[in-house]
Design a protein around this ligand. Structure first.
Ligand SMILES: Cc1cc2nc3c(=O)[nH]c(=O)nc-3n(C[C@H](O)[C@H](O)[C@H](O)COP(=O)(O)O)c2cc1C
Length: 149
């Protein structure tokens, strides 16, 4: 078993992960400095709580992929909903029984709009789990429709 992709519980069994994908609209006046601050906080917090994923920002729209232990993801989403740097948070997919991470090494990667399609297509090619493939396909479609760059 590749432990890069599975979360190992103490008894050696792999534990289920939670995956949420959402989009939101940046609040008026949000700057590149704000985005860097979000990423810095996210990397620090996520690394400490076993959360990984990516954030893409373009044309005043955010898309974020979050994966990690269920309680941690639920707690983070509550904070994200309260964050005044964005609004209109719409959850695009929620999977409660994910067995492998799609982005195991990314505490929170800021992906540029020009790169997001390729990043997601690569992830789709590499994933072995049907639930992840479904969420990735959904996100690719939404990102392409949003014309981020
Ligand atoms: C689009 C967006 C994505 C965010 N992603 C994360 C994240 O992945 N991890 C994180 O800890 N905070 C993230 N944040 C910041 C949280 O909303 C929150 O400000 C931060 O976790 C600190 O929370 P606190 O002020 O309650 O301590 C994000 C904020 C925005 C607007």
């Amino acid at each position: 078993m590749n432990t890069d992709f599975y979360d190992e519980a103490r008894d050696g069994t792999s534990s289920l992960l939670h995956n949420i994908v959402y989009c939101s609209r940046a609040a008026p006046g949000v700057t590149a400095h704000d985005i860097q601050a979000i990423i810095a906080t996210a990397r620090r917090h996520n690394a400490a709580h076993g959360i990984t994923g990516l954030l893409v920002f373009g044309s005043d729209v955010f898309f974020q992929w979050l994966e990690g232990p269920q309680a941690k993801i639920v707690e983070l989403m509550a904070r994200i909903h309260r964050d005044t740097r964005h609004n209109t948070v719409v959850e695009l997919s929620v999977n409660e029984e994910v067995r492998e991470r799609v982005f195991p090494t990314w505490d929170m990667e800021l992906v540029q709009p020009d790169d997001i399609h390729e990043v997601l297509q690569d992830a789709l090619r590499d994933t072995r789990a049907a639930v992840n493939a479904k969420a990735l396909r959904e996100l690719i479609q939404r990102v392409d429709q949003a014309c981020l760059s």
